[in-house]
Ligand binder design. Sequence first.
Ligand SMILES: Nc1nc2c(ncn2[C@@H]2O[C@H](COP(=O)(O)OP(=O)(O)OP(=O)(O)O)[C@@H](O)[C@H]2O)c(=O)[nH]1
Ligand SMILES: [Zn+2]
Length: 352
Amino acid sequence: MVRRRSTASWDETDARARPPRRGTRPRTKDRPAHDDAVPGWVTTIDRGRYTCLVPAPAHGEPADPDAVVVTAVRAREIRPSGVAVGDVVGLVGDTSGTTDSLSRLVRVEPRSSALRRSADDTDPVERVVVANADQVCLVVAAADPEPNPRLVDRALVAAWDAGIDPLLVVTKTDLADPARLLAAYADFGLRSVSVTSRGWRGLDDVRAALAGRVTAIIGPSGVGKSTLVNELSPGAGRATSLVSGTTGKGRHTSTASVVLPLAAGGWAVDTPGIRSFGLAHVGAETLLGGFADLAGGTEECPRGCTHDEDECGLDAWVAGGHASPDRLDSFRRLLRAVRGEAEPGERERERV
Ligand SMILES: Nc1nc2c(ncn2[C@@H]2O[C@H](COP(=O)(O)OP(=O)(O)OP(=O)(O)O)[C@@H](O)[C@H]2O)c(=O)[nH]1
Ligand SMILES: [Zn+2]
């Protein structure tokens, strides 16, 4: 017969002799349950403060009319690198969004995509620049500054790696005809639009390409990115509530990405901080995926071809007119770069 006694009489010896049985422990001891967490969308991050739109809109859909902007801090169990702008997160605590209220970010929902970059091509430490975008819009100018095709190739590889549709937007078409630049990329199906802010020609094409989507906007400095984004998201600017949250203090740097609503529907994620686009995390094998025009040329390669050797089939492919020599040159430069073989000075010139 089993002798029963009250748990009140248990002492430490009992505790040691009987390890707590799994499944009978309260769930909160395994992991905080946070069943009450509300979904928010991280619109910007600044000094450990996460500005979130609550409730998180469905992907690409407009914000709920009653949505509020909530400032949150990370719960201890969430790593700083684990949250990026564009993440859908779970928030607990004060999610009222009233001035000086602070919520707690306790969970990051699985991402549909992650646009990544590493500090440079040999630094494998990668950061998620934008989470959950379904399009990457690379903005380059037709002139002033001159377009850098290698930069375009680099961004295409990053988009390919992330599984996100790329879109090329050529600005300042009043200064130069973008036809040659556009033709160079049209061959392998890169979607592109061109626009000028001088009298705003082409703006409707940009609007249509971005409508209903979540687009990460990247590009080098001075190409007219801010001019374009301000036009597409009038009044949103970088000083409004989605940026500063309820702190009212605004941003102190322009290095963080920010989610902005587009007047024509959809969302842009402006990324002023991307000055370089290291591809160390991509790997040589994945690189070819960003070069759809070259991929067919590797069928004649010897086994284990590095694609940077005499027997490589890509040279014959280009000689046969299937792709441009510039693209092969660009591919091989990136290949050497991600293998850590870049010549000095090469990286500097390829900064976004
Ligand atoms: N000619 C011409 N100039 C333009 C056009 N769009 C913008 N600009 C000018 O180009 C300069 C840079 O524009 P911004 O919008 O600040 O460029 P940005 O890409 O945001 O540059 P950063 O702020 O440095 O990242 C400004 O002097 C603009 O007036 C355009 O379509 N045509
Ligand atoms: Zn090869």
